[in-house]
Design a protein around this ligand. Sequence first.
Ligand code: NI
Length: 258
Amino acid sequence: MFIDSHCHLNFPEFQKDFDSVLKLMTDNQVSHALCISVNLRDFPEVLAIAEKNSNIFASVGIHPDYENENPFTVEELVTLADHPKIIAIGETGLDYFRLTGDLEWQRQRFRKHIQSAIESNRPLVIHTRSSAEDTLKIMREEQASKVGGVMHCFTESMDVALQAIDLGFYISFSGIVTFKNAIQLKEVAKQVPINRILIETDSPYLAPVPFRGKTNQPAYVRHVAQALADLRGISLEEVANNTTKNFFELFKLAVPCK
Ligand code: NI
């Protein structure tokens, strides 16, 4: 069984034929998926998907690329997280690639997410782009290691991976690891300890080879697992078993369904 640890099932790409998305998951032994919140406006849709489907979990949080969102308090986020299907806080983090200028608001928002995660005792889903140094610095300052989490859609160096692992975090690989030009990332994917790896699609984006450029979906996480197996010279089953075990070790509130 495979688990897609990061997807956006509430996005418009999936609304036309949601049943076929679920069916293709089943057909590909993708047993569970974690549907990730990117803002609070759409959070009710994210939660509704998780409530309706026993094999889909959800997170709550505001993505760093969403600049003009209503202010929120730690208490509000903690209250929203207080639900059996909400197993993580995020996605949160820093993005100095998409946005520029004074991004102090992004760092403040990231700190609030870490505080909320600690208060609600849920791990963090962290996005970092062109900002690894500040991301790790804030993780340390706010004691993110108290709850741990995942560095999602990882594209950083092995050094960054090891620093995150030191803080109790897992490293999640996406379809990027199947791309021919992702040479440095493939090296990282060979070296990260197997007990620290998760797999994800980040769908509808970043479809793995052979679907590159098309709409991604949770079923395709299998191709990410296959790429990891090939790179590491181990069986697909070994990747499946380890990443599934890692998922439930990290997301302790996730109750697996049969
Ligand atoms: Ni995402």
